[in-house]
Design a protein around this ligand. Sequence first.
Ligand code: NAP
Ligand code: GCO
Length: 261
Amino acid sequence: MLEEFFNLNGKIALVTGATHGIGMALAEALAGAGATIVFNDLNQDRIDAAILEYKSKGIDAKGYLFDVTNEDAVYAAVAKIAEEVGVIDILINNAGIIKRIPAIEMSAADFRQVIDIDLNGPFIVSKAVAPGMIAKGSGKIINICSMMSELGRETVSAYAAAKGGLKMLTKNLACEWAQHNIQVNGIGPGYIATSQTAPLREPGHPFNTFIVGRTPAERWGTPEDLQGPAIFLSSRASDFVNGHVLYVDGGILAYIGKLPS
Ligand code: NAP
Ligand code: GCO
């Protein structure tokens, strides 16, 4: 019974931006539950290196070179994946960037680039995989949101706008596609130790102490903390979960903050 709920055998999962970091951890989790993994990146060298890393872990992952913001390239890649591997059952929209610039100093071009990758990208890739899921009569889409889907902070205006929009895109696509037995949900990681947050974790950086104090679990999250939630939202266990953002944040969003000592 339990095994059946979380078994991904026979499922094909596309994880965007999964050459390292959270994306790779999520791909490994889904592979461990039986899924066949395909992933993409912007750089062929990083794709090649990731394929070897997956192989070293016993995962025969296939990598595809495309930019999630390039609609033609996305549709061509989804068609190529269907031809070479099969129709995508599970999509994790993981690819994303952040630019930490005070709003008044941020150019419109920088703002647009973050919105394009972090919000338009998930829309484009979701739209490209949906017809195959509708034809199959089932599908799972997981959008990687953020604490910034709910909270703001200095210097991340574009990222917060994108991730807040991604939360609402998740809810809206859930409403449009639930009738086709496609569940669209989100995972909202807290502060996770990856290359994206490396600047904030440099020795002595005040943010390091701040975020550990702001997290009831009193630690940075790891990509592995997100693996179980990803399997849950990719599996039969979540077939009646729609438009939900599952925050995996060590309690940050539940916390008013520590009393100053
Ligand atoms: P990361 O290490 O920066 O990885 C992001 C990945 O996305 C990279 O592989 C990158 O490829 C890829 N990417 C960027 N732009 C792309 C594009 N236009 N097309 C295709 N791929 C693209 O970040 P991470 O920490 O693993 O984060 C992964 C996701 O989780 C992001 O959406 C991030 O916003 C979100 N998140 C992270 C945290 C955290 O604390 N780390 C918390 C909440 C949410 P290249 O390496 O080739 O640039
Ligand atoms: C930042 C961090 C965060 C994390 C994550 C939190 O500069 O505040 O990069 O944005 O990446 O999104 O959930």
